[in-house]
Design a protein around this ligand. Structure first.
Ligand SMILES: [Zn+2]
Length: 342
């Protein structure tokens, strides 16, 4: 599978389903790429566009090959056959933007056999905009392919969803991100020499390679390291220590609201990892070492972990959206952490 969509890390299902179809010369005229922020939606769309337009689809080359004139143009953003469409400065995707895009679909491609329209944040399309797109989706010109990127395909009209092939992108595991960061460093793409900093970046990125790369470029990752460290200690104290010790630990948490939000987010990611490894997954987002996560996770029951995850989420909600007192929120968390299924 390594030679299909080589720029797209992980996401085996997409490579398997979509890549094989394109290699066989079959592809859909509309794709919905649905996944959380940072899960590779843009990379997947670009790889699909490159693969469809690639001049080297046969043989042992990777798909896309990455070096033919078509791949080079799409990769560098200079292909006129691949158009990115976004909502611009408006909060929602207006029907005028879609109409404007559709006005060009009847023109033949400039270089290749297809024109690919990549619609970003498709969930922001107004109903009117979606209906306008639907008219063309029902009978698209043979040379047109639409790729809709969204973090919530459920908000698209059922009539659009039924006419497109939905592909789900997934967040990447911390070990996979770490492996990629190391490989990038070997190619000279990342300057950071300190292995520990790469580990911090991989585990603080919560599944997004882009975020991890940005963190590697930062000269000072110490705040991230600090929040991550406190999150791990908080999680372990809430799980393994007495209520009194948890309350003591939580009383010592003295951070600003945005920092608490970050700490609670990391704590939720750590608990999410414990649940995942208990279920046999190796895809940890917070821990770069899945074995370490497993060695801790086996000591606690799944219902307690689920309950703790919900409590952390609730605490985050109180701090971020309800402007609650930070010390009260953490003390409540400590007092309730040993209870299951509240
Ligand atoms: Zn190519």
């Amino acid at each position: 599978m390594n030679n299909i969509f080589p720029e797209l890390l992980g996401n085996i299902a997409i490579k398997d389903l979509c890549g094989k179809d394109i290699k066989a010369g079959k592809h859909s005229h509309a794709y919905i790429i649905d996944g959380p922020e940072g899960s590779g939606k843009h990379t997947a769309a670009k790889q699909i566009a490159m693969a469809i337009l690639c001049r080297n689809k046969n043989g042992e080359n990777p798909l896309p090959c990455g070096f033919c004139p078509s791949c080079s143009k799409v990769s560098s953003g200079y292909s006129t056959d691949v158009q990115y469409v976004n909502r611009g400065a408006t909060a929602t995707f207006q029907v005028e933007t879609i109409r404007n895009m559709l006005s060009s679909v009847s023109y033949l491609p400039d270089d290749g056999d297809y024109k690919v329209y990549i619609i970003e944040e498709a969930e922001k399309m107004t109903t009117q905009a979606q209906n306008s797109l639907l008219l063309t989706l029902e009978e698209p010109p043979a040379h047109v392919i639409f790729i809709l990127l969204t973090s919530d395909s459920g908000s698209l009209l059922e009539t659009i969803r039924s006419r497109a092939h939905t592909l789900k992108t997934e967040l990447l595991s911390a070990p996979l991100i770490l492996e990629n960061l190391m490989a990038r460093r070997n190619k000279g793409l990342i300057n950071e020499r300190n292995d520990e900093k790469l580990k911090v970046a991989a585990s603080a990125a919560s599944g997004s390679l882009g975020v991890a790369i940005d963190l590697c470029d930062k000269t000072d990752t110490s705040p991230v390291l600090k929040y991550r460290d406190i999150a791990e200690k908080l999680t372990d104290t809430l799980i393994f220590s007495s209520t009194a010790d948890s309350v003591n630990f939580c009383r010592g948490i003295d951070f600003k609201r945005a920092e608490c939000e970050q700490i609670l987010f990391y704590a939720m990611t750590a608990v999410r990892d414990y649940i995942a490894v208990k279920n046999g997954s190796r895809n940890t987002l917070f821990f770069t070492d899945a074995d370490l996560a497993y060695s801790k996770a086996v000591k606690v029951t799944a219902p307690r972990l689920l309950s703790l995850y919900n409590q952390l989420e609730e605490a985050q909600d109180h701090i971020c959206r309800k402007n609650a007192s930070i010390s009260t929120v953490f003390c409540t968390l400590a007092a309730n952490a040993r209870k299951e299924n509240r």
